[in-house]
Design a protein around this ligand. Structure first.
Ligand code: E4P
Length: 214
């Protein structure tokens, strides 16, 4: 299972890399806007830190505009992947960009039918947004399970990239389902490590060590 970091913050990306947990990065316009920097310069820095795929999103909602923006973004670095929203105009853009060798991460996926279209168009990645579905009292992880089953049924090679992750159970469930990739905010890594019995056990070991070390 690959770990991507869902952020536009270079310090978080460096920290994940130092921990050996950085397989890729996903950004979106909202994440990049938090950094208050020129986006090309910021994406260039991120691509230098991360050896794996770095997703950058187009903002046009027309096919031609998406393709034009994607070609420009792809010039930033070899590891740029283009995020395209799963709308009608995006489908032709996915097909065209993939045929040119520009990898596409299909974003804002909220249904299995959208995931089928993305795979048939030849997308490299599909991003089901699990947290945003949970936010509206739907079941985000059910969508992931359905996409994995459908892709397995037909041998689609599009990688399932679980996105909009909020907490540890999203990571556990995605791993149990065999999702290819999970992208998570940096703070979720801390949550994955946290266990009260680890803290209690460590405190006791350190206290006992104080008694014998003299
Ligand atoms: C994924 O690629 C998106 O950038 C991200 O996971 C969206 O997460 P959010 O729903 O927490 O904004």
């Amino acid at each position: 299972m690959k770990f991507f970091i869902d952020t536009g913050n270079p310090d978080e990306i460096r920290a994940a890399k130092e921990m050996g947990l950085l397989d890729g990065v996903t950004t979106n316009p909202s994440l990049l806007s938090k950094e208050n920097r020129q986006y090309r310069e910021l994406l260039t820095e991120i691509c230098e830190i991360c050896d794996g795929p770095v997703s950058a999103e187009v903002t046009s909602v027309e096919t031609d505009g998406m393709i034009k923006e994607a070609r420009e973004l792809a010039k930033i670095a070899d590891n740029i992947v283009i995020k395209v929203p799963i709308i009608k105009a995006g489908v032709t853009a996915i097909k065209k960009l993939e045929s040119e060798g520009i990898k596409v991460n299909v974003t804002l996926c909220f249904s299995p039918t959208q995931a089928i279209i993305a795979a048939k168009a030849g997308a490299s990645f599909i991003s089901p947004f699990v947290g945003r579905l949970d936010d509206i009292s739907s079941d985000g992880m059910r969508l992931v399970r359905e996409i994995i089953t459908i892709y397995d049924n037909y041998g689609f090679e599009t990688e399932v990239l679980v996105a909009s992750v909020r907490h540890s159970m999203h990571v556990v469930e995605a791993a149990l389902m065999g999702a290819d990739i999970i992208t998570m905010p940096f703070n979720v890594i801390g949550k994955l490590l946290k266990h009260p019995l680890t803290d209690i056990g460590l405190e006791k070991f350190l206290a006992d060590w104080e008694k014998v070390k003299k």
